[in-house]
Design a protein around this ligand. Structure first.
Ligand code: TYD
Length: 201
């Protein structure tokens, strides 16, 4: 079973993943992430830091995804494991739909088409939702340096793109109120994962 965790920067994904590692340890899931599960992820980080053009950036993220599928996702699923990825294809559909706006007609569709036919679609996607002002405040609190994605207008667009994706596939997405306390969030998500894993057996 493939489970993905999505949301704009500053929604508390890292804390959630840390808690899930403790709470789901008996299920022995594979925890992974995008970008960065392979060396291509290093190129992506370099690209983000150097603010390369958005088309190159989008294709680097996608190259990282292809390597991630081959080295982590498919082998994990092949062994019958629960695979939990911190960000996945929906990050591209939501973020690059914003960064590619004006450069490519209908960028969300373009990104989806590039993935179609070879990607593995998640069974379940948790979308962490938070007002953009709160996300920015958390980012400011945690660190000084900001990636170019992390400005108010971009995050507002990205959030709306995520909501569009969730509306298109309500059976795959579970919306999570990321303003809840971290323990409440991880308890809810872990419980939901257990429930779905039981149904899938
Ligand atoms: P991430 O490593 O999750 O950031 P952090 O650990 O700092 O929260 O991702 C880095 C940035 O890349 C983040 O702003 C989201 C963005 N991103 C995309 O734009 N497209 C993608 O496909 C992915 C996976 C991430």
């Amino acid at each position: 079973m493939l489970i993905t965790i999505e949301g704009i920067d500053g929604t508390g994904k890292s804390t959630l993943i840390k808690n899930l590692k403790d709470q789901l340890s008996d299920l022995d899931p594979v925890f992974t992430r995008e970008p960065g599960s392979t060396w291509i992820g290093e190129m992506v980080r370099k690209g983000i830091a150097e603010n390369i053009n958005p088309v190159s950036e989008a294709l680097l993220f996608t190259a990282d995804h292809a390597a991630h599928l081959e080295t982590v996702i498919r082998p994990g699923l092949g062994e019958g494991k629960i695979v939990i990825s911190d960000r996945y294809s929906d990050s591209r559909y939501a973020y690059q739909a914003s960064t590619l706006k004006g450069l490519i007609p209908n960028p969300m569709e373009w990104m989806k088409n590039i993935h179609r036919g070879w990607t593995v679609v998640p069974d379940l996607t948790f979308l962490l939702l938070i007002p953009v002002e709160d996300a920015i405040e958390r980012l400011n609190r945690d660190r000084k340096h900001h990636e170019h994605f992390e400005c108010m207008s971009t995050l507002e667009e990205v959030k709306n793109n995520y909501i569009t994706l969730a509306e298109e596939e309500p059976e795959r997405f579970v919306l999570v109120d990321a303003l809840m306390d971290p323990a409440g969030i991880s308890e809810f998500v872990a419980g939901e994962i257990r429930r779905r894993a039981e149904i899938k057996k």
